[in-house]
Design a protein around this ligand. Structure first.
Ligand SMILES: [Zn+2]
Length: 178
């Protein structure tokens, strides 16, 4: 009788565990893979975009025509202005990290555990603000997480000395060229 009770108890535990697995989808060890959008959230972009102020007129995300925050839709193509506002706020919030282009490269390096990363400043003839995807890097905080890096090239970026000292300390085994 006792053995039967133990087996029944184990079975019930197993069924409950299966039900929990079905309900919550997979074991807790299987975290969903972080995508770029999720990475921006990790970096606090929800607050950063709120602190960014746009110029009076900025390009429509869809047609590049001029729109302002006071309008609802683009006068040229009817695209909702709210989408263009968010788009440019993200671009400007990413500027201290080298813009969305550099942040994507940092994200990819973080995901793959890359040993090497080169982040050059933008070319002179790149698009002007606020349409830029690529800015000179001034804030190195996302790079401090890339513990697998052995070689990092940041030459040409106007990086403050305090940021350099912070990164040198965070990545002692990495050869960093400023
Ligand atoms: Zn438009």
């Amino acid at each position: 009788m006792k053995v039967f009770a133990i087996i029944a108890g184990a079975l019930v535990t197993l069924v409950v565990a299966c039900l929990m697995l079905m309900r919550y989808g997979g074991s807790p060890a299987e975290e969903p893979e972080l995508n770029f959008e999720g990475y921006l959230k990790v970096l606090g972009f929800e607050e950063k975009t709120e602190q960014v102020s746009l110029p009076l007129l900025f390009p429509c995300k869809a047609c590049d025509g001029e729109v302002s925050e006071s309008g609802n839709t683009c006068p040229s193509c009817d695209h909702p202005v709210s989408g263009s506002i968010m788009f440019h706020k993200v671009l400007l919030a990413a500027a201290p990290y080298g813009g969305v282009k550099s942040l994507k490269a940092i994200f990819e390096a973080r995901k793959s555990g890359a040993a090497q990363l080169v982040l050059p400043p933008p070319e002179e003839d790149d698009a002007p603000e606020p349409t830029r995807f690529h800015y000179p890097i001034t804030d190195l905080s996302p790079l401090a997480e890339l513990k697998g890096l052995k070689e990092l090239t940041l030459t040409g970026n106007p990086i403050p000395d305090g940021q350099k000292a912070m990164l040198n300390k965070a990545l002692p085994d990495c050869v960093i060229s400023y």
